[in-house]
Design a protein around this ligand. Structure first.
Ligand code: NAD
Length: 259
């Protein structure tokens, strides 16, 4: 018997839709199917049109500009949402970026600017996104998810500075879970296997990663967007009420295999 998760009457903010292949979009479609109302952010004017096109089929959704490395822009998003909805139930953080030059090549040649860009965008942004959202969650609390990758723990040549950023992000998940746990605000990460998206295209070893996951994972295949979206719904819903500060792998088991 199929078990469905009902998000009727629930509202949330999704950071990180760029196009139809975005993991954030797969999650959003499932959330909308389950009855949720969504607010989306787009990074800049260049991305406005593709994000508008992607999200247009979801009625009643909000669309707001936000560079999440700018605290005032994150604040403005939540101010706008507070005026529209007064409260939210969940937040989806799917934000990552590193300079192309810092993906591939020697990790040690990453310069301070490249380090800052990757860490500020891919790790720092979770802090204001959760911190400022905390004032919009109601008495029953809320749930936040972010997306990470196994390169936080193990070396994937080419992923370079993004591995450092994901390690920082996962640490933030634990610290935020502790900070907001007493208000029943849960913070978790999904560690997804490789999926073909805009961000993934700029990782030089991406095809090797995909092949290795397919050949060596216990399930002997790659994961798909839908599997990440289903796990996201679980983590955003009360079905996962006892889980916080966790990094949940959706990787066909690749992370447990040594050889
Ligand atoms: P994507 O390119 O579709 O999404 C990345 C998003 O980050 C884009 O929407 C982009 O606009 C946004 N972004 C970048 N800088 C921003 C900023 N300063 N402020 C606000 N938004 C900003 O790619 P994706 O693969 O769907 O990535 C989503 C998340 O999933 C990322 O954290 C990524 O590291 C993670 N992830 C991806 C994979 C994969 O194989 N694709 C695997 C594991 C984890």
């Amino acid at each position: 018997m199929a078990v469905s998760i009902d998000f009727t009457g629930k509202r949330g903010v999704v950071f990180g839709v760029a196009n139809q292949r975005s993991i954030a979009w797969a999650i959003s479609e499932r959330l909308a199917e389950a009855g949720a109302e969504l607010a989306f952010t787009y990074l800049n004017e260049r991305l406005k049109e593709p994000v508008e096109k992607t999200t247009a089929k979801l009625k009643n959704s909000l669309l707001l500009q936000c560079d999440a490395t700018q605290d005032d822009q994150v604040e403005a998003v939540y101010d706008h949402i507070k005026n529209e909805w007064s409260e939210i139930d969940f937040v989806v953080h799917c934000i990552a970026y590193a300079e192309r030059d810092d993906l591939g090549g020697d990790f040690s040649s990453t310069n301070i600017q490249g380090f800052r860009t990757a860490l500020e965008t891919s790790a720092y942004t979770l802090m204001p996104v959760v911190g400022k959202a905390s004032t919009l969650f109601g008495e029953s609390g809320g749930s936040v998810i972010t997306l990470t990758f196994d390169a936080s723990q193990r070396v994937y040549p080419g992923y370079n500075i993004m591995g450092t950023a994901k390690a920082a992000l996962e640490n933030e998940v634990r610290q935020l879970a502790v900070e907001f746990g007493n208000r029943n605000i849960r913070v978790n990460a999904i560690s997804a296997g490789p999926l073909p998206t805009l961000a993934a295209r700029s990782i030089p070893g991406f095809r090797d990663m995909t092949r290795a996951h397919r050949e060596r994972s216990p399930l002997q295949r790659n994961i798909n967007h839908q599997e990440v979206a289903d796990t996201a719904l679980f983590l955003l819903s009360p079905m996962s009420s006892g889980i916080t500060g966790a990094v949940l792998p959706v990787d066909a088991g690749y992370g447990i295999v040594a050889l």
